[in-house]
Write a protein that binds this ligand. Sequence first.
Ligand SMILES: CC(C)=CCC/C(C)=C/CC/C(C)=C/CC/C(C)=C/[C@@H]1[C@@H](COP(=O)(O)OP(=O)(O)O)[C@]1(C)CC/C=C(\C)CC/C=C(\C)CCC=C(C)C
Length: 424
Amino acid sequence: MVVAILRVVSPIEIPIGLGFSEANWRFSAPKYDNLHRKKSRLSVYSLYTTSKYACVGFEPESNGKFQIRSSLVANPAGEATISSSEQKVYDVVLKQAALVKDQTKNSRKSTDVKPDIVLPGTVYLLKDAYDRCGEVCAEYAKTFYLGTLLMTPERRRAIWAIYVWCRRTDELVDGHNASHITPSALDRWEARLEDLFDGRPYDMFDAALSDTVSRFPVDIQPFMDMVEGMRMDLKKSRYKNFDELYLYCYYVAGTVGLMSVPVMGIAPESLAEAESVYNAALALGIANQLTNILRDVGEDARRGRIYLPQDELAEAGLSDEDVFTGQVTDKWRSFMKRQIKRARMFFEQAEKGVTELSQASRWPVWASLLLYRQILDEIEANDYNNFTKRAYVSKVKRLAALPLAYGKSLLIPLSLRSPSLSKA
Ligand SMILES: CC(C)=CCC/C(C)=C/CC/C(C)=C/CC/C(C)=C/[C@@H]1[C@@H](COP(=O)(O)OP(=O)(O)O)[C@]1(C)CC/C=C(\C)CC/C=C(\C)CCC=C(C)C
C-alpha cells in the first residue's frame, strides 16, 4: 500500500496530488540563503597515521568549545591535506551550523517550534500529511520509527517528513521506476524541492516537509545535494579514489545527517560547537553508506556497479574483473579489512557527536549507529564473502542493541564529561 503511494507520486509521472490542490498547501517557508559564510580554520590532527585517509578527533578551540574534525588525506609527500571533496562538504557543514547559531543568537531556543499556521482547513490536512509520513516511516524502517516515538511530537513528525522525502528521492534511482529515470526527471524533482522550500508544496508529503523547513533551521543545500547524488548515480558506476567515493557518500547519506540535526536539536547543556556536531552527523551518514556499500558489493556488481575506490583495488592487486568474478581470496580479504577499518573510523567519529544531541533524540541515533555498525562485524564473520552472502544482523543481536542504545542515550554530553577537551 505504502509502496504504491510512493510510486504514484514518483516524479516520472509528476503527481497531481493525492486529492490536494496546491492552493491548500501554501505555507511560508523562510529562505535560508545569503548566509554569512565564515571559512573557519580547518586545522586537523590525525589519530591514525597508518592509513592514507584518516579520521581525526576533537580539537580544543580558544573559545573553550571543541571541534570534531573530519577525515583527512595524505598527499604524496605524506603531509596531511584536506581533499577537495572534504572542503566542499565542510562548506555545507559550516553553512548549516551557522543557521543554528543564527537561531540561537536570535534567542530562540532550539526546542522552540513555531505554532501551527492556521489557515482554514489546513491544520487538519497538515496533521494527516504528517501522519502519512509516520506510516511510511513505520513501514520502511520500523526500529527507527519506534525510536522517533521518544522524541517530542514536533521533532518526531519533522523527522518523518524528512525521512519520506529522502526515501522518495532514493526510490527515484533505486525503486521500481528507476530504469525510466532521466536527468530531467531529477531536475523536475529538484524544482519541486525549491517550490516546497518556498512554501509551494506539490502534494501532502511535500506539504509536511514544507511545514518542517519553515519551523526548523534546515537549509536546502543538503537536500539539493542528495538529488545531486542521485544524478551521480545515474551517470557514474566507478569511483577513481576515496575522494570521489567520499563525495558520493556525502551526497546520498551524509546529507541525511545534516538535514536531521537541526530537527533533533543539540542538547542545551552541550559545550560543543554546532559545526562539531554537524561533522559527527556527516560522519554517521558516511559510515552508514560505506557499510551499505561493503555489504552490497556482490549485488551492485551484478548491476555492473562498483562503489569501491579503484586506486585501492589496484593497490591490492585487484581488478573490476575480480569483483565481478567474486572469489574471496587473500587479496580480497586484506582489501576488505582496510575498507572496514575506514568505515569504523567514521563510526567512531560519529559516536562523539551523538551525546551532544538533545537527550530525547539520542536513542534512535545510537540505535541506528550500533545496528548499522554490526553489519561490518557480520561481513568479517562471513570471512569477507560479500559477493554471495548478504551480511545480516540477527533479530536477537538487533534487539540486544536497543537497550544498549538506550543506556548510551542517558549519558551526559561528552563535551561536559571531558573538560580537557572543551577548555583550551
Ligand atoms: C535517527 C536517524 C537514523 C535519523 C535519520 C532519519 C532519516 C531522515 C533517514 C533517511 C534515510 C534515507 C531513506 C536515505 C536515502 C538515501 C539512502 C537509502 C541512504 C542509506 C541508508 C540506509 O538505506 P536503506 O534503508 O536502503 O538500508 P538497508 O538497505 O535497508 O539497510 C543509508 C545507508 C544512509 C542513511 C543515513 C543516515 C541514517 C544518517 C543518519 C545520521 C544522523 C541522523 C545524524 C545523527 C547525529 C549525530 C550528531 C551523529
